[in-house]
Design a protein around this ligand. Sequence first.
Ligand SMILES: [Fe+2]
Ligand SMILES: [Fe+2]
Length: 472
Amino acid sequence: MGAIDYQTLIPNNVNLADDRRLQRALGRWQPNYLEWWNEMGPDGFQTKDIYLRTAISADRQGWAHFDYVRMPEYRWGIFLAEPDPNRKIHFGDHMGQDVWQTVPGEYRNVLRRVIVTQGDTEPASVEQQRQLGNTAPSLYDLRNLFQVNVEEGRHLWAMVYLLHSYFGREGRDEAEELLCRRSGDEDKPRILDAFNQPCDDWLSFFCFTMFADRDGKYQLASLAESAFDPLARTCRFMLTEEAHHLFVGDKGMERIIRRSAELTRLDPNGEARNQGGIDLPTIQRFINFWFSYCLDLFGSEISTNAADYFGHSLKGRFQEARRYDEHTALNQFKTFTVASAGKLTTEEAPLRNAMNEVLRDDYISDCQTAVRRWNKAIKKIGVDFEMALPNRRFHRRQGLYAEQNFDLEGNPITEAEFEANRDVWLRTDADLAYVRTLMKPCHEKGKIANWIAPPRNGVDGKPFEFEYVRLV
Ligand SMILES: [Fe+2]
Ligand SMILES: [Fe+2]
């Protein structure tokens, strides 16, 4: 083990070469990680050259390097955003104090749980997506899938670095556990429900990267405000990579929607399915499904945990420093819409307790922006259809609205009414079966499957026709 060159094996900006303790911990973990990758990472393609981006520094200008690489040889590195030596805690009860470079004893458990919960989503999504390579609609999409997968792998490394460096033995145990849980497994499932849902068609993949990775963006952004500086800096750098995942989801959805609109126009009866496409109402039902699942990821609307995270300066609001003037969130309230006896009324909760909902608000308006863009694309093609996000109360399984039924606009309805409309509102088994019939690989250079439009640009200045994956 002593001969391993960590600078080469694990690119990093955390002085790994001088940290024997961390080297030992990672030296033990890394083979298990690779074993997990080979067993649960992308099915097939592991010996192929993929044109991938690798993080090589935390420098804003030139942080990534593009080249062909085989996935098991990807250099998963550890990068934290550059430190700010003058950084002070800027929200919550510890406001004004120096940020923490070690974990305060009283927050050890809660911080560990936050890091493990975030860390668990990273390998989970790789597992959910492991079959998708076999049905990619183009080499460009195949490459993007693998880019997302290796970077989710790196995000796992990022969280494991924190566990190993700051949480001692318990941290090392948690790092092992992260490789033992499996998405969708009955006995050892992943921690969050949306990460146990199968994601084995490309419409689901784009919904997932659009809505679930975007939840990730908001969680990471709120942790990037944290008083625990290594966590803040780790998350800040992860956001750099995450932007591409969101791009893949947003543009993937837009390309399917555009193609669906084109095929709808092309068909004499306006039926995209007759033309081998996915019809717009089916896409809407997938959106309703994934969006509502992903809203649950933010946690309960009114939550003492959320109040503690904010109060203890562990988790801020989205862009807490930049967008707010007042950072204690004390003596303020947030209004909620609640349903009682079939009617909507409002209630108030202390702002700190409403922090999950505050983050959810920002997420929803971010999603809304994308949907508006998709609708412009449909309109431009001349089809009369508008996509919409369901109301936040629709089809929730956690929080304030979980025990009640709501329609797409958020009006209270009976369970019978919900069930009568379930197949109109949410993707059905028949929808899934149909979409799966379209999932055939299109792995020829410059070609693309019929149900999706090609991207407007390629990757790294290359054209769409570029050989993003060398299959021979
Ligand atoms: Fe991630
Ligand atoms: Fe991601």
